[in-house]
Structures are given as structure tokens and as C-alpha cells.
Design a protein around this ligand. Structure first.
Ligand code: GLA
Length: 427
């Protein structure tokens, strides 16, 4: 009797333990699959590095057409930009007619601009090994006055998916008085969920201009979010956007990027030095690199900027960190218009940008330890624009032209030695 009671007790404890373990496993699985930021969206599968591509808006405004998009796709291939990583060919505002199809409620591509519809352009772009992006708006109308998606999210997401669209830029005009952060989140999350309900992976680029700090939305709503108002093709505009975006470094990571707007390189309003600066800063900030110029007629100098694979590799580094502004010599970062940015890279290197935003040439200096590298006998500094390499004992210093940058990839050297002035092989 005594014996069998103890056996029963043991049996009870074994069964109870098994049930407890099973419950714990089920709870763990539920937590892992449903409670992650972005789990309800496709965010985790998209944008593991910042998006690379082209968009017509900066150079063409409303003057978009199938011909422009297809010729640009061709140029992305023949120029080598596709091979360098550019992937998305994106249509901005003004691609549709002013009315939805009265029978289906669907958006209607402008038949003059897109005679084969968006599906025809998507086929063409896909045949070139590229992906197609489109534009819509989280309000009643787009910024240029075409039908918006507010209240039509499911229909429009399904339409985009049916057409073969791979990317959606979602703008913020005409939102009918929605003012609170929650109302903003709701409008953008409605399209996120509508996209997730289609069976097509679609990159989701929020164009909310940073009004309600979309970088703080939890769970994440998009794969990237504009952080500022629109860029213009001037040094002052580019600098002001840099000043706003540079401090948002804690919020960027694989799947979700700060977007300081599309690149102006090639549009003629800045010097080659300033365009190199734009490309370097955007890459250091792990920003989307979306060319905003007429690639069909681009100059060799401007094409060389877009094609710099060493700088692109910094932007696309899989660690997915945005550069941190470093204070130098006890001075706060950026004071006197001199900046040192340090971006950790997956192999342990640091990308370091020395940026002189002032009107006169100046020396900018820091050290390997200040930018976050380990103690080492020596460091190799590879200049990502001149392609020269030098070895130092830790000093990272350069004379930087007005409005210019010097951009290094810095690594700890195992073989301290004299300065090699040789060309280094880019990635
Ligand atoms: C807004 C966006 C721009 C562009 C235009 C189109 O201004 O911020 O990037 O898409 O709308 O109308």
C-alpha cells in the first residue's frame, strides 16, 4: 500500500513535469512567432541591407513614363550599376489617371504614359533582372492629386501584387486631418498589413517625412522611413538633411532604415566634391541609395560616384549599423562644422568619414581608438575615393576640402610596416 502510493506520487510528478515542459515549449513558440517587432509584417524578410535603386522624382517630377523606366532599366544594366548592386527601378507620383475603375475600384495606370500598364513595365524590368517599385499615398490623394489609398489598402496592395510590383513608396499627403501619432501609425500599418496579406514580398518604404518619428514605431511598420522633408539639389538642403538624420543612428538595423531621401548626384546643383560627400554620408548612415537623376544621360564623373563599390560596400555592410558621430579632442561631434563618423563593419573594420562642412579647407583628425577600434600595432587606412592605402600607428587625419570628405576603411594591421602607397583592390 505504502509502496504503491509512493509510485503513484512519482507518476503524478512525472506527468506534471511533462505537462509543464510541453506548456513552456508552446508558450515559447507562440512568443517567438508572434511577439517580435515586425512579425505581423514582412519587415523581417525585406531590407536586410538598405535598398539600392533609382527613382524618377528628383529629376523628372510628374514626367514619368514606361519608356523612361525601361530605358533606365537598360542603363542600369549596361552601365554596370546593376552589377554594383542597384536593384529597384521605382516609379514615383503621377503614374495613374484621376479616377479609379468604377467597376473594380482599382487604380488605373495612365494609358498614355504606360500603354502596357504597370504589369507591362514590371515584365520588362524583371526581364532585365531588376525589380519594380511604385508610389502611393496614405491619404485620400497623392501629393500631385491622384487617387490615394486611404480606405482602399487591401484593393491597392492586391493590385500591386497582381501587377508584379516589388516595392511601395507610401507618401503622406491629404490625410484628412489625422494628427495623432496613433492615427499616423494606423494609416501606415493598414497598408503594411494589406501588403503582408498578398502572397508577394513587397519592400515597404514609408514616406512620412519624420513627422511622428516613424523610427520609434514599435512594432516596426516599414522597411525604411523618410526622416525629413524633401531634399533639393543644393548643398544647403543636403547638409540640413544630414544634420537631422545623423543623430538617428540608434534606430537603424537590418529590416528597417532611416531614409534621408533620394540622391541628387548628377542633377547639376552641387559640385563633384559635394556629390561625393552626399554619397559618402548616405553610405555611412546606412541610408537607402536611390539614384535620383537621368541615368541615361549621366556624366562619367557622376556615374563614377554612383559606381564606387567600396563606398557601396560600406552602405551594404551586413552588420547594418548606422555611423556614430564621434567627438574629437574633447569637442562635441560636428562642432565648428567638422565631423568624424564611424561605422562598425561586420569584419571588425570601421568606415570613417572625415567631413568638413565649412567653407574653407581644414585638417580633421581622430584616432583608431576614438573611432572604436581595438589596440593594435598599426592600422591600415584605405581611402575609398583615391584608392590609396597608408599605415599609421593610430592617427586618422587628413586635409579635407571645403564641403568635402575623406572616407577611410580602417583595419587593424597584423604586419606593421612602412606606408604602402599602392592601389588597393576594391571589393
Ligand atoms: C512628396 C514626397 C516626394 C515625392 C512627391 C511626389 O513630396 O516626399 O518624395 O514623392 O511627394 O508628389
Amino acid at each position: 500500500m505504502f509502496h504503491s502510493r509512493s509510485t503513484l506520487t512519482q507518476l503524478f510528478f512525472i506527468v506534471a513535469s511533462l505537462v509543464a515542459v510541453a506548456v513552456a515549449v508552446v508558450v515559447l513558440v507562440i512568443l517567438l512567432t508572434t511577439n517580435r517587432p515586425g512579425a505581423r509584417s514582412q519587415a523581417s524578410a525585406q531590407g536586410l541591407t538598405p535598398q539600392l535603386g533609382w527613382n524618377d522624382w528628383n529629376a523628372f517630377g510628374c514626367d514619368v513614363s514606361a519608356q523612361l523606366v525601361e530605358q533606365t532599366a537598360d542603363k542600369l544594366v549596361t552601365s554596370g550599376l546593376k552589377a554594383a548592386g542597384y536593384e529597384y527601378v521605382n516609379i514615383d507620383d503621377c503614374w495613374m489617371t484621376h479616377d479609379r475603375d468604377p467597376r473594380t475600384g482599382q487604380l488605373v495606370p495612365d494609358p498614355t504614359k504606360f500603354p502596357q500598364g504597370i504589369a507591362g513595365v514590371a515584365r520588362y524590368v524583371h526581364s532585365r533582372g531588376l525589380k519594380l517599385g511604385i508610389y502611393e499615398d496614405a491619404g485620400t490623394a497623392t501629393c500631385a492629386g491622384y487617387p490615394g489609398s486611404l480606405g482602399h489598402e487591401r484593393t491597392d496592395a492586391q493590385t500591386f501584387s497582381d501587377w508584379g510590383v516589388d516595392y511601395l513608396k507610401y507618401d503622406n499627403c491629404n490625410h484628412r486631418g489625422s494628427t495623432t501619432t496613433q492615427q499616423y501609425i494606423d494609416r501606415y500599418a493598414a497598408m503594411r498589413d494589406a501588403l503582408a496579406a498578398t502572397d508577394r514580398p513587397i519592400f515597404y518604404s514609408l514616406c512620412e517625412w519624420g513627422v511622428h518619428r516613424p523610427w520609434t514605431w514599435d512594432p516596426r511598420v516599414g522597411n525604411s522611413w523618410r526622416t525629413t522633408r524633401d531634399i533639393h539639389d543644393t548643398y544647403a538642403s543636403m547638409l540640413s538633411i544630414f544634420h537631422q538624420n545623423v543623430w538617428l543612428y540608434p534606430y537603424a538595423s537590418p529590416g528597417g532604415w532611416n531614409d534621408p531621401d533620394m540622391l541628387e548626384i548628377g542633377n547639376g546643383g552641387m559640385t563633384t566634391t559635394e556629390y561625393q560627400t552626399e554619397f559618402s554620408l548616405w553610405a555611412a548612415m546606412a541610408a537607402p541609395l536611390i539614384a535620383g537623376t537621368d541615368l541615361r544621360n549621366i556624366s562619367d564623373d557622376d556615374l563614377a560616384i554612383y559606381s564606387n563599390r567600396d563606398v557601396i560596400a560600406v552602405d551594404q555592410d551586413p552588420l547594418g549599423k548606422q555611423a556614430v558621430p564621434i567627438s574629437t579632442n574633447g569637442m562635441p561631434a560636428g562642432s565648428h562644422g567638422l565631423w568624424v563618423l564611424s561605422k562598425p563593419l561586420i569584419n571588425g573594420d570601421r568606415a570613417v568619414v572625415l567631413f568638413n562642412s565649412t567653407e574653407i579647407p581644414q585638417a580633421i583628425g581622430t584616432t583608431a581608438l576614438q573611432v572604436g577600434l581595438q589596440h593594435g600595432g598599426a592600422y591600415v587606412l584605405r581611402d575609398l575615393w583615391s584608392k590609396r592605402a597608408l599605415t599609421t600607428q593610430g592617427a586618422i587625419r587628413a586635409h579635407v576640402p571645403a564641403h568635402g570628405v575623406v572616407m577611410y576603411r580602417v583595419s587593424v594591421s597584423n604586419t606593421p610596416g612602412p606606408t604602402p602607397a599602392d592601389h588597393f583592390a576594391g571589393k
